[in-house]
Design a binder for this molecule. Structure first.
Ligand SMILES: [Zn+2]
Length: 92
C-alpha cells in the first residue's frame, strides 16, 4: 500500500482532509499532485505540502517509514472498516 512516496502522500492527504482537499488560498477543491509531491491548486496555482505543519514535515526519512507506524496506530483506533482506499485519481 505504501510502496511509493506518492501513495504515501495520497494517504496522508486522505487522513488530513477526509472531506477532500481545500486550497488554503482560494478554497478551490480541485488539485493535482505534482512530481515533487505537492498538491497544486487548479484554480490559483497554490502548492501545498501534505506534511506542512505536521511532524512529518522536512523529515529526513521516507514517508513510508512513518506511515508504517501511523498505519498501526490508525488501524487500532478506527478499525479497517473506517478506511476507504485512497485510489481516486488526481481529483478530489
Ligand atoms: Zn487555490
Amino acid at each position: 500500500m505504501f510502496e511509493t512516496e506518492e501513495s504515501c502522500v495520497r494517504y496522508i492527504a486522505m487522513i488530513r482532509w477526509p472531506k477532500g482537499l481545500k486550497c488554503v488560498k482560494c478554497g478551490g477543491e480541485k488539485a493535482y499532485l505534482t512530481a515533487r509531491h505537492l498538491f497544486h491548486c487548479r484554480a490559483c496555482g497554490w502548492q501545498q505540502s501534505v506534511t506542512e505543519g505536521t511532524l512529518l514535515h522536512r523529515t529526513r526519512y521516507p514517508l513510508k517509514n512513518w506511515l508504517e507506524v501511523a498505519w498501526h496506530i490508525f488501524e487500532q483506533k478506527h478499525g479497517l472498516s473506517a478506511l476507504g482506499a485512497p485510489t481516486r485519481d488526481g481529483l478530489w
